[in-house]
Design a protein around this ligand. Structure first.
Ligand SMILES: Nc1ncnc2c1ncn2[C@@H]1O[C@H](COP(=O)(O)OP(=O)(O)OP(=O)(O)O)[C@@H](O)[C@H]1O
Ligand SMILES: [Mg+2]
Length: 462
């Protein structure tokens, strides 16, 4: 884990009745630019902690007045975010275990090894920052309803999405939501439905891939008794069930040419019949459709009716793939950890910087859904409160899964740079893999990384 690189000076309180330890430790920490306080017994330490609210307390265990356990307990009462590191005698297994059980962050044995202490302090302070972020997030932003339904993200592409949700939720206009798999299309559809005019009406999702043509037809429009084998009674379709709420047509690109015609008719005439029926039923539902295919290309290829396409995309919303809004990954991670912890009764709240970096640089073929699943798996595998690297199992995308971009007016060199960066990101900068995928030698790859000044931490790629 990396050292803290913030301008905020961290406060550390050292409590020990042994003057030489107190002095050496304080002196050393001051040299590292921490703001250091010290106390020579437990009670004095607790008083100082109350007054100064340090970020970190390093305390001896055996002390007069109040011992280290008392200090630990009282400091946690003052502010549960303050980390406490216990100094234990080297053979004192028992008190070490007890300290950890009572919520100490870590312990360090006497005689103190300065290098070891430095690492523990850095880790404690980084952890504290992270868990404060998480808990302020949890208490401020997330309640039960929101855990399930909120769209998280502050990337500018997401702000545009929020704007469109706002604009469309106050009318009944037809909306087409486009985006790769797992980018949140259904969530956006629900957000439109539940934030506006229709919020107390039904929201009826229909997955257009799941059914054969004739089943989908009767699913959408209903049927009358005896209209086909097995139809033993009249059945309402989803359009009727949606009434004046919303019908959400998911994977709209998958409907057959015949159903495309029928749907177009419904959109134009605002009425329909049940399969086998003769009565015209008014269509009152607002339509929101979604697709993870490029409908425009399907229209050009003659696989999707152009007239229907234009009817559907009166307003269109484009959801960006996760890899194009990497800046949102940390808050998505916080959001999902809160949700998953709740569901699994776990408490994985700490994300090492290295792991966050790894998550930010993954290609995420399955977008937000894949991120959520990856975190779920990692939390299941975790035995402590840290999201450990070993438990974060990333699925490497096949080269064919990496999306092509449309024609861009850029130079060959820029194109080469972007492509190399994308491949490197996709294989987590495993250069041995990358040079084989790219079909160039390893030295050539190194020299191109050098020439284009590529790095795993670059945020934006074209
Ligand atoms: N911005 C976001 N904030 C919070 N959760 C999100 C966000 N985007 C997606 N999700 C979550 O990711 C998962 C996938 O979202 P959703 O089902 O809406 O995607 P989709 O685009 O409909 O995917 P598919 O094309 O595979 O059906 C859901 O659990 C959803 O709650
Ligand atoms: Mg979906």
């Amino acid at each position: 884990m990396s050292e803290i690189k913030s301008n905020i000076v961290n406060k550390i309180l050292v409590i020990d009745d042994d003057e030489s330890i107190r002095k050496t430790l304080s002196g050393y920490l001051k040299k590292l630019n921490y703001e250091v306080y010290s106390a020579s017994n437990g009670l004095e330490g607790i008083e100082t902690a109350k007054k100064e609210i340090p970020d970190l307390v390093i305390t001896d265990i055996k002390m007069p007045e109040a011992d280290g356990f008392e200090v630990l307990k009282r400091v946690k009462e003052i502010d549960s975010h303050i980390h406490v590191i216990m100094i234990t005698a080297f053979d004192d297994m028992h008190s070490t275990v007890k300290a950890m059980q009572q919520g100490a962050y870590d312990y360090i044995e006497k005689p103190l090894e300065i290098d070891k202490l430095k690492i523990i302090i850095n880790r404690a302070l980084e952890n504290k920052r992270m868990s404060e972020k998480l808990s302020s997030f949890i208490t401020d932003d997330v309640d039960d309803f929101q855990l399930e339904n909120t769209l998280i993200g502050k990337a500018s592409s997401m702000k545009n999405v929020y704007k469109k949700i706002g604009q469309t939720s106050s009318s009944r206009v037809t909306v087409l939501i486009e985006g790769e798999s797992g980018t949140g299309k259904e969530l956006v559809a629900r957000a439109i439905h539940y934030s506006g005019l229709t919020k107390n009406k039904p929201f009826i999702p229909v997955n257009c891939t799941a059914l054969t043509e004739s089943l989908l037809e009767s699913e959408l429009f209903g049927h009358v008794k005896g209209s086909f084998t097995g139809s033993i009674r009249d059945k309402k379709g989803k359009f009727e069930l949606a009434n004046d709420g919303t019908i959400f047509l998911d994977e709209i690109s998958e409907i057959s040419p015949n159903l495309q015609v029928q749907l177009l008719r419904v959109l134009q005439q605002k009425e329909f019949e049940r399969v086998g029926g003769e009565t015209l039923i008014p269509m009152k539902a607002r339509i929101i459709a979604a697709t993870n295919k490029n409908l425009n290309s399907l229209v050009r290829e003659g696989k999707f009716r152009e007239d229907l396409y234009f009817r559907l995309k009166v307003v269109s919303i484009n959801l960006p793939p996760l890899r194009e809004k990497k800046e949102d990954i940390p808050i998505l991670v916080s959001h999902f950890l809160a949700k998953i912890n709740k569901e699994l009764h776990k408490n994985v709240t700490k994300v090492p910087a290295e792991v966050m970096e790894m998550l930010k640089n993954h290609y995420w073929v399955g977008n937000v859904r894949e991120l959520e699943n990856t975190l779920m798996q990692a939390v299941v595998l975790s035995s402590d409160d840290i999201l450990n690297k070993e438990n974060v199992l990333l699925r490497k995308p096949e080269p064919g899964e990496m999306k092509e971009v449309g024609v861009q007016f850029i130079t060959l060199a820029e194109n080469e740079k972007n492509h190399i960066k994308k491949v490197l990101d996709a294989v987590q900068w495993d250069k041995n893999k990358a040079h084989k995928i790219l079909g160039i030698s390893l030295p050539t790859l190194y020299s191109k990384i050098e020439t284009y000044k590529l790095s795993p931490f670059e945020e934006k790629i074209k």
